[in-house]
Design a protein around this ligand. Sequence first.
Ligand code: PGA
Length: 255
Amino acid sequence: MRRKLVVGNWKMHGDLKSNQTLLESITNGLQNLKNADYVVCVPNPYLFQARELLTNTNVAWGGQNVNQHEQGAFTGAVAPHMLSDLGCQFVLLGHSERRVLFHETNLTAAARFDASIKAGLTPVLCVGETLAEHEAGLTEVIVASQMDAVMATLSDEDFAAAMQVNMVFAYEPVWAVGTGKTASPEQAQTVHEFIRNRIARRNSDAAAHVRIIYGGSIKANNAKQLFAMPDVDGGLVGGASLDADEFIEICRLAN
Ligand code: PGA
């Protein structure tokens, strides 16, 4: 039985004051929920604040991206060990906004996935098709190519390490991210099952254990049906993670 996982992705939102209010509300609201895992991925400057307010709570924190290098002349970049240093357990990788707006590729995601697991972080690899790809019936082709680019770079030893840190996949159809359109529970289930089967080609035990979460306009009013699907192990929540009541309700539904 896989524990459900809800990850909030704050994107580029917040400030010290509003973050404090939000984090305090979330930790209060979630303190008695014991049957699922909860995470917030905050902008890097606020990782210190997340560590301060979330240590010894049942809410973990993470980064929204990371660089693949350990150190060096990479102005503006953050290394995996820096996230670990600040107590991050998770890191989002290959988010569609990184792919579309910052031209990150499958290869970058793969290098970052590898570097993250080596630093002991749990990577949350985002995959998903654009609207044009969706309409052209290419969903599985795209998702497979995004997954394979990462899986192919992992040696058996790396794959074992990825299992050790409980790697996560997030199916985020690009047409559903921030648009208010959600994949139907059945659509999500079909792709999640496809992802799990693809992992099973490499390792069936890993496939049974890996958590595959759905993202794209999750709200309190659609989370229940999505989470009821057998291969939907939780959610990656953008906009609704900035509203304490919405986020708490989504987490409650995962519990
Ligand atoms: P959304 O974002 O919930 O606002 O659609 C999801 C995400 O980008 O991870």
